[in-house]
Design a protein around this ligand. Structure first.
Ligand SMILES: *[C@@H]1O[C@H](CO)[C@@H](O)[C@H](O)[C@H]1NC(C)=O
Ligand SMILES: *[C@@H]1O[C@H](CO)[C@@H](O)[C@H](O)[C@H]1NC(C)=O
Ligand SMILES: *[C@@H]1O[C@H](CO)[C@@H](O)[C@H](O)[C@H]1NC(C)=O
Ligand SMILES: *[C@@H]1O[C@H](CO)[C@@H](O)[C@H](O)[C@H]1NC(C)=O
Ligand SMILES: *[C@@H]1O[C@H](CO)[C@@H](O)[C@H](O)[C@H]1NC(C)=O
Ligand SMILES: *[C@@H]1O[C@H](CO)[C@@H](O)[C@H](O)[C@H]1NC(C)=O
Ligand SMILES: CC(=O)N[C@H]1CO[C@H](CO)[C@@H](O)[C@@H]1O
Length: 344
């Protein structure tokens, strides 16, 4: 949701080998799904009241998405509700209880026959805690050690360190991500994927160009993260409207999604990293539909680096929000869920 002029890159991206051009179906994404929104609503009200300020996903909608072939759900939460008062504090049992119920509902669908069902735990905090930029890597590591400890035995949880860091030093964002990785592994959660996000709202289109307050881009700072389990996913977000903020239903062109992903895709390839498009959306209209399909085609063809894509968003309180895929009345449900299904 960064407000800058669009950068249209002309960099060519290495595509998958032509020998696969007659595939009957798309390659399977590891993670195909949607964002579940609700637990982070009322994001300036702490702690807030369940049912008034925020809500949890309607679990029966998870079944609907699964029946449509989706397998990954990014659950947006707030750090202040999960670990109140201070990052080094303890878990709020009620909020954790609701989160655990949602997580286990999703991941419990995993069987050898059905495949894997993933739940991302994603603090929608933008690198802030009670509105202040997080500057203590020790406290942030402690937060993640505490949270990961509660889920360490569930291999289908994905820990998403924070939603959309922005207007921070790039070096600090990388250090916070490293502290989160270290805290999660120190909790004994060794098997799970960890989704790291970058500065500048983790935008794919500006991954190599947008500078943090220290002048550093994500491309310059994020590549040195280390993980003893080697399960880092570089999570990026991409919207297709003029300013890339996801606030307009108008997409720039039918090819804008692919164009905006090209430089980041090349970075993933050059640095031997795995990527996850953790948020994307477009309006319900032919230009956006073509652009989304074109973008998912790029992801599919580069599935040696891109491991999946998650639509923004579903959730019980979106009402007629233009991007809502909440089953089955969400305005984008009929158009975009079949497309997601096709690419999974
Ligand atoms: C969910 O949160 C509500 C309100 O805080 C609480 O009463 C309830 O016990 C929680 N549910 C679980 C399963 O922990
Ligand atoms: C699932 O597969 C794993 C590995 O192949 C195997 O060890 C396990 O017994 C299987 N579980 C079930 C319930 O079939
Ligand atoms: C770090 O964050 C705390 C809490 O928001 C703030 O009080 C402190 O001034 C910050 N320190 C630095 C060096 O920015
Ligand atoms: C790794 O760190 C070095 C030294 O700080 C820096 O020059 C380089 O750009 C970093 N690489 C990546 C991929 O982030
Ligand atoms: C790329 O990463 C994979 C998995 O992290 C690793 O096994 C492989 O050796 C790496 N390849 C190169 C060329 O660094
Ligand atoms: C939950 O979702 C189901 C299936 O879409 C729907 O029938 C039901 O009305 C929803 N419940 C609430 C409370 O929104
Ligand atoms: C693109 C978009 O819709 N962003 C919204 C995501 O949801 C949060 C609240 O959960 C809003 O603040 C954002 O504007």
């Amino acid at each position: 949701m960064r407000l800058t002029t669009p950068i249209v890159t002309t960099l060519a991206v290495c595509l998958a080998t032509a020998t696969h051009s007659h595939r009957k179906r798309m390659n399977k994404m590891v993670f195909a799904g949607i964002n579940e929104s609700g637990p982070e609503f009322g994001e300036t009200t702490f702690p807030g009241t369940y049912g008034t300020d925020y809500t949890w996903p309607n679990l029966s909608t998870i079944d609907t998405f699964i029946s449509q072939g989706l397998n990954t759900f990014r659950i947006n939460v707030l750090m202040e509700r999960l670990v109140p008062d201070q990052m080094t504090g303890s878990l709020d049992e009620a909020y954790l209880g609701n989160l655990t119920e949602t997580v286990e509902y999703i991941t419990g669908k995993s069987t050898n026959k059905s495949g894997d069902y993933y739940a991302l735990i994603a603090p929608h905090n933008f690198g802030r805690y009670y509105g202040e930029v997080i500057n203590s890597t020790d406290d942030f590591g402690a937060f993640w050690k505490t949270v990961a400890g509660a889920f360490k035995d569930n291999p289908y949880v994905v820990f998403d360190t924070n939603n959309e860091y922005h207007d921070m030093p790039g070096a600090l964002v990388a250090q916070l991500n490293q502290a989160a990785i270290d805290g999660i592994r120190a909790a004994g959660a060794g098997s799970q994927y960890i989704a790291v996000e970058g500065n500048a709202y983790t935008g794919a289109w500006t991954w190599t160009t947008a500078q943090g307050t220290d002048g550093k881009t994500n491309a310059e700072t994020m590549g040195n993260l280390t993980d003893p389990s080697n399960k880092i996913l570089y999570e990026m977000h991409q919207y297709l409207d003029e300013d890339g903020s996801g606030t307009s239903e108008i997409c720039v062109s039918e090819t804008i999604g692919r164009e905006r992903l090209e430089a980041a895709t090349q970075w993933l390839i050059d640095n031997n990293k795995s990527g996850l498009l953790g948020e994307y959306a477009g309006g319900v209209n032919p230009t956006c539909q073509a652009a989304i399909e074109d973008m998912l085609t790029l992801i599919d063809r580069n599935n040696m680096v891109w491991k999946g894509a998650l639509w923004w968003a579903a959730g019980p309180w979106w009402a007629d929000y233009m991007f809502s895929v909440e089953p089955t009345d969400g305005p984008a449900y009929d158009t975009y869920v079949p497309i997601m299904k096709r690419f999974h």
